[in-house]
Design a protein around this ligand. Structure first.
Ligand code: SAM
Length: 263
């Protein structure tokens, strides 16, 4: 393929290796009655194949020049809608879904905004059936990390509270043009069933995790000093001397619920 023009500020690394493109499409198992949102379609490496599955597709692309290429390439397809917009500002409620349908989000994300984008969609999860994203491999490791590991942190707990997280496969830098400096991986996120007993307020969980992981090498008692004292922690059956990465999901849930009770 001839050299593709890429804008650094939009995190553009285009997938050009057809083996990996096919592998991603196979992992998605798109059905003809699915409604897909593609974030950052670029030149359309995935877009054409997504459309050929028969699904409805709304694509969100910020780069006007690329949008012009996409519009020309896919204009004839009536199941295709292009939104020339910043995905970070995109409101999924504006997409008209067929009754009872939820959206399948797909994207080879610009790495510079991948975490804010994940949080943006996390807050709109009621519209989402599942999400598949290409991310920096190291970020995927953090998202799927289990307690007692170095990679386990705020991102792991926040996303694992709301979703089942699954690392699918690695994608080498050579599969892109231009090649990024890092290895990538594909992540699957599917909303997780939660019981009423596990309910927390989003803002409480966020505030709690920010505090809990502010200094990984300090104890949980130290990090949560402004929110709980030692007696509170003991009452919640949390060892004040534990490090944040030693706490499991039920403990974070108890803490977030206790935070809400304080208000
Ligand atoms: N999907 C294409 C591919 O695999 O070849 C392109 C992937 S490239 C890593 C990221 C794409 O996201 C680019 O097309 C870029 O212009 C677009 N993009 C960057 N920031 C964006 C934003 N805030 N909203 C929507 N699209 C964005």
């Amino acid at each position: 393929m001839s050299k593709l023009r890429a804008r650094k500020r939009f995190g553009q690394n285009f997938l050009t290796d057809s083996m990996f493109i096919d592998k991603i499409i196979a992992a998605l198992r798109i059905a003809a009655d699915d409604h897909v949102i593609e974030v950052g379609p670029g030149y359309g490496a995935l877009t054409g194949l997504l459309l050929s599955s028969g699904a409805r597709l709304d694509a969100i692309e910020i780069d006007r020049d690329l949008a012009a290429v996409l519009a020309e390439r896919f204009a004839a397809q009536e199941r295709f809608t292009l939104h020339v917009q910043d995905a970070l500002q995109f409101d999924l409620a504006t997409i008209a879904t067929a009754a009872g349908h939820t959206l399948r989000i797909v994207g080879n994300l610009p790495y510079n905004i991948s975490t804010p984008l994940l949080f943006h969609f996390l807050q709109q999860r009621q519209y989402i059936r599942d999400m598949h994203f290409m991310l920096q491999s190291e970020v995927v490791d953090r998202i799927v990390a289990k307690p007692d590991s170095k990679a386990y942190g705020r991102l792991s707990v926040m996303l694992q509270y709301y979703f089942n997280t699954e690392r699918l496969f690695k994608v080498p830098a050579a599969a892109f043009q231009p090649a990024p400096k890092v290895v990538s991986a594909v992540l699957r996120l599917a909303p997780r069933e939660r019981s009423q007993a596990e309910a927390v307020v989003f803002d409480d969980l966020e505030q709690l995790l920010r505090a809990a992981f502010q200094q990984r090498r300090k104890t949980i008692k130290n990090n949560l000093r402004s929110l709980f004292d030692e007696n509170d922690l003991q009452r919640l059956d949390i060892d004040p001397r534990a490090r944040p990465e030693n706490l499991h999901m039920p403990q974070f849930i108890r803490l977030a619920q206790a935070l809400q009770e304080q208000q």
